[in-house]
Write a protein that binds this ligand. Structure first.
Ligand SMILES: O=C(O)CCC(=O)C(=O)O
Length: 306
């Protein structure tokens, strides 16, 4: 057992736990080096479509803004949050609009997100299978574990806040709403550079769609929000129903968090044809179809499941 009873209880009570020093400084520096190789195009088979870079996203934002102008003006939502349409996000990004539009000197600072590094890099792959992570997942989820997906939230200098969400809202093709994300910090995360923030106990609210989100994020719920600043090499583990967000990066330094999303191998896949097409494009399958298509990390597979 990797977690003690108190840690397990805390995960199921709050919907998340933080683990200090999950990886060693040497492991951290290897991961950073391999991240750089992927990001800078030194890994020839890594498709560029798996990288979101700032310029492209800013353009996309501008197009979206034109289409949803009525929703774009933020209004206060509690003391420390704003609301844009039905989206609730930490305050503070507005002050950094000009810095966000400045061109970057270091190409790594253009990266907003990297998708599925574990599919293309043996070091990332070895970590998604590493007992020090998988033992914790097994303690919380059971012995049969698959990898759904992994992604690096790179949060470049002056990047925007990440809105409040439940991961399960994006994953309706799974018949269960219990997946677990392990996020390993590749840089120190602080209140200033947009550390992750959780709404403790919110995994007990059930699945909440976007339309209803602002009505669950009431003043009393938002007041209980817990920001979790961590050192590089530390990690958080969170339930896929736990409401979470991250603040804007108000600093000139990036804040990378590598999120590894695990799913129980006993989870039925119920995706529509459209979702199945989307999943095939994501590049996270090892089989031809989503049913029995995701990489087995530990234990065994089940019929009609992932
Ligand atoms: O790092 C972030 O900003 C957000 C992370 C997140 O939403 C996740 O890992 O599910």
């Amino acid at each position: 057992m990797a977690l003690n009873e108190a840690q397990k209880n805390r995960f199921f009570q709050d919907g998340y736990i933080a683990i200090k020093n999950l990886i060693t400084p040497a492991e951290l520096s290897t991961l950073r080096q391999h991240y750089e190789d992927l990001a800078l195009g030194n890994v020839p088979n890594f498709p560029r479509r798996h990288l979101s870079v700032r310029d492209v996203r800013e353009l996309t934002d501008m197009v979206n803004a034109r289409q949803t102008q009525a929703l774009e003006t933020p209004t206060p939502h509690g003391r420390r949050h704003n609301r844009r349409g039905t989206q609730v996000y930490p305050k503070g990004e507005e002050a950094y609009e000009a810095q966000r539009r400045m061109s970057v000197k270091d190409p790594l600072d253009a990266v907003v997100k990297m998708n599925v590094p574990s599919r293309y890099d043996p070091v990332f792959d070895s970590f998604v299978r590493h007992p020090k992570i998988v033992d914790i997942i097994a303690d919380l989820m059971g012995p049969n574990i698959k990898l759904y997906y992994d992604q690096v939230f790179a949060k470049p200098p002056y990047d925007r806040a990440n809105r409040y969400h439940q991961d399960s809202v994006f994953w309706s093709f799974f018949a269960s709403n219990f997946q677990i994300t392990c996020q390993i910090l590749l840089d120190d995360s602080t209140l200033e550079n947009g550390c992750i923030r959780f709404s403790p106990g919110s995994h007990n609210f059930g699945l909440i769609d976007w339309e209803h989100l602002p009505y669950i994020l009431t003043e009393d719920v938002l007041e209980k929000e817990v920001a979790v600043p961590l050192k590089a090499g530390d990690a958080t583990f969170h339930h896929s129903l736990t409401l979470h967000c991250s603040g804007p990066n108000t600093t000139p330094c990036r804040r990378r968090g590598w999120s590894i999303h695990y799913v129980s191998a006993e989870t039925r896949y119920i995706g529509t044809p459209k979702e199945t097409g989307h999943i095939k494009n994501l590049g996270c399958l090892v089989g031809p179809e989503p049913t029995n298509g995701w990489p087995l990390i530990r234990g065994r597979e089940f019929p009609a499941c992932v």
